[in-house]
Design a protein around this ligand. Structure first.
Ligand SMILES: Nc1ncnc2c1ncn2[C@@H]1O[C@H](COP(=O)(O)OP(=O)(O)O)[C@@H](O)[C@H]1O
Ligand SMILES: [Mg+2]
Length: 588
């Protein structure tokens, strides 16, 4: 009983999720700039090509009636060759248009991705993002450029055929019309069934790909922890699930042919038996009957293609609903009321709360970063320090409370202006695939001399290792900087920040992967850089912390204590523990 209810509920949910899907679908299709001229051309090309095929039975009828005039013979040959030729031309232009549509969707998606807020990338995994831009768009464009123009041609043909058939004999035609809904309904039912299985297979494949690509980057971890066998087993399980889904899909695909054959056979029998009866009692001639038979074959051929298109259409709906999330999500607003004219203001966190999704990460955080001062953020890991720096750069927006700069919320400033204000060194110092030089000058929008680049590298204590690499500044860093060590990456990120030389510095554990010696050298460069500038530094080294104007101790998303080193030593137990821990670890 319980199972029956579950099934009902499941059906209801499925209906719910499919509601409005056609409307959403058409909205999505028209979102990109489509090559309308090409599409229109394709529609006419399709109709023309169909028209040629549609004329064939009429010539066949004349030939079988023994009318062998030059015009008939020439016409028959022309219709046959024209049909073959034109279907080739249609295919060629379909492909051409499809690529045009494809490029159009892909550029649109790419453009949207670049301007989407970071939160979108938290909810959609990179692999999935790739599959959306690659596979889903091509599914969609093959429908838009391939199916839709064909559909117009098909509707035209069906209309044409029915019109001609009624001219031949109304009783046979009526039988055909009555039978059509049965045929179409069967096709639609099958199409839906097929679509659901396809979706299931698609999901299985997606999770398999996800699994494999995630594991492949963790090979060193797997080897270190001897988990090869365990992962092998998990992989096999995933493969097995995919295999089962594919098998089911194959069976369903297989059913298609016998189903169509039986459905067509019923109608064919009707035309044959009833047709012969009509011929024998003289109601129609045999050549009419032949033409009729040929047209019925074409008619069902078209309906069958329609069924096939229906499956493709449903499939592309799945693809489109995944793309729709990308195309209909909010974009970052770059143009706003204010430009940042004066950079000598205070940055104030006022009762700020924030969470990624539902879990709260920061709660009621308040503090002020005075212009020209140095603020150190300290605290246990996972407390929300990096998140704080993300909020400052407006990578995310607080869910409650405000961050103000001068007399306005930071959300009022032009976003590009705002982000230009900062030199940021991220915790994991990600690099882009390219050379060391590309990475140092990345995002610096002024001309920089060779000397300046060298100077920045020297100050970041990176010059030595760069010059020791065989290609110097032209050394390729590999994907996300994989060819370099953590410390080297960090120093390049620091050199980039130095070169950018913005008014406001945001450093997220910038010294974390440096050894004692390079740390000291870089520290000096940073101190010099910070002079007279405003900075927020997430730090784990005592000297940076002690030298700052204020220290904000963040624990578990809340501000535990604020003050100078001296003040915190007097008031905060946690801070004392923290300092103790740091001094011990720096000795060892
Ligand atoms: N992009 C994200 N999506 C979801 N949760 C996140 C994300 N980034 C960080 N978190 C979570 O937010 C909390 C604070 O993280 P973070 O600001 O990086 O802390 P800290 O820098 O102090 O170590 C952690 O629990 C972390 O798991
Ligand atoms: Mg962090």
């Amino acid at each position: 009983m319980a199972e029956a209810i579950d099934k009902k509920e499941f059906k209801r949910l499925r209906k719910e999720s499919e509601k409005g899907i056609w409307r959403k679908y058409t909205r999505l299709i028209f979102k990109a700039k489509l090559p309308w001229k090409w599409l229109t051309f394709l529609v006419f090309l399709n109709i023309g090509s169909m028209q040629l095929s549609l004329m064939f039975p009429q010539y066949a009828q004349k030939v079988s009636a023994g009318v062998l005039t030059n015009e008939v013979i020439f016409g028959t040959v022309a219709v046959i060759f024209g049909g073959v030729l034109s279907s080739g031309i249609v295919r060629y232009f379909s492909k051409l248009t499809m690529y045009k549509v494809d490029i159009s969707y892909r550029s649109l998606i790419w453009q949207r991705l670049m301007h989407s807020p970071l939160s979108l990338f938290d909810s959609v995994k990179p692999n999935e993002m790739v599959s959306r831009t690659a596979n889903d768009t091509s599914t969609l464009s093959s429908v838009v450029a391939g199916l839709l123009p064909t559909l117009v041609g098909m509707v035209y043909s069906v209309y044409y055929i029915i019109d001609v058939l009624f001219g031949y004999d109304w009783r046979l035609s009526l039988g055909l019309i009555v039978y059509t809904p049965i045929y179409v309904l069967a096709l639609i039912w099958y199409g839906k069934w097929n679509y659901r299985t396809l979706k299931h297979t698609h999901n299985r494949l997606a999770s398999l790909t996800q699994f494999l690509s995630e594991l492949l980057v963790s090979i060193p971890l797997i080897k270190s922890f001897n988990t090869e066998r365990k992962e092998e087993k998990r992989g096999k399980e995933n493969l097995q699930k995919y295999y089962k889904a594919s098998m089911r899909q194959t069976i369903i695909n297989w059913i298609h042919t016998p189903m169509i054959s039986i459905l067509t056979l019923v109608m064919d029998l009707f035309v044959i038996v009833f047709g012969i009866y009509l011929v024998s009692n003289g109601s129609i001639t045999i050549d009419i009957w032949i033409a009729f038979f040929l047209y019925v074959g074409m008619y069902f051929g078209i309906l069958e293609t329609f069924g096939f298109m229906f499956i493709q259409l449903k499939e592309s709906q799945g693809a489109s609903s995944r793309i729709a999330i990308l195309l209909e999500s909010d974009l970052e607003q770059y143009e706003r009321n204010r430009s940042v004219e004066d950079t000598n203001r205070n940055l104030v966190f006022d009762d700020v709360s924030f969470g990624y999704g539902d879990t709260k990460v920061l709660e009621n955080v308040s503090f002020t970063v005075k212009n020209g001062s140095k603020t150190a953020i300290v605290g246990p890991s996972g407390g929300g320090k990096s998140t704080l720096l993300a909020l400052v750069q407006q990578l995310y927006t607080p869910s409650e409370g405000t961050i103000t700069y001068g007399d306005a919320p930071i959300g009022d400033y032009h976003l590009t202006d705002w982000r230009r204000m900062f030199s940021f060194v991220a915790q994991d110092s990600p690099l882009l695939n390219g050379t060391i030089r590309d990475n140092i000058v990345y995002g610096v929008d002024r001309e920089v001399s060779e000397e300046e680049i060298k100077e920045a590298a020297r100050a970041a204590n990176a010059l030595q290792f760069i010059q020791e690499s065989p290609q110097g500044f032209e050394t390729h860093v590999g994907e996300t900087g994989a060819n370099l060590s953590g410390g080297q990456r960090q120093r390049i990120a620091i050199a980039r920040a130095l070169l950018r030389n913005a008014e406001f510095l945001l450093l997220d554990e910038a010294m974390a992967s440096l050894d004692g010696q390079s740390e000291q050298a870089v520290q000096e460069a940073m101190e010099k850089l910070m002079e007279g500038k405003t900075s927020i530094v997430v730090a784990h080294d005592l000297s940076t912390i002690i030298n700052s104007d204020q220290i904000v101790l963040i624990n578990d998303g809340t501000v535990e204590a604020i003050g100078t080193h001296k003040e915190l030593c007097q008031h905060s137990e946690l801070y004392m523990q923290f300092v103790e821990y740091l001094s011990q670890s720096s000795v060892s």
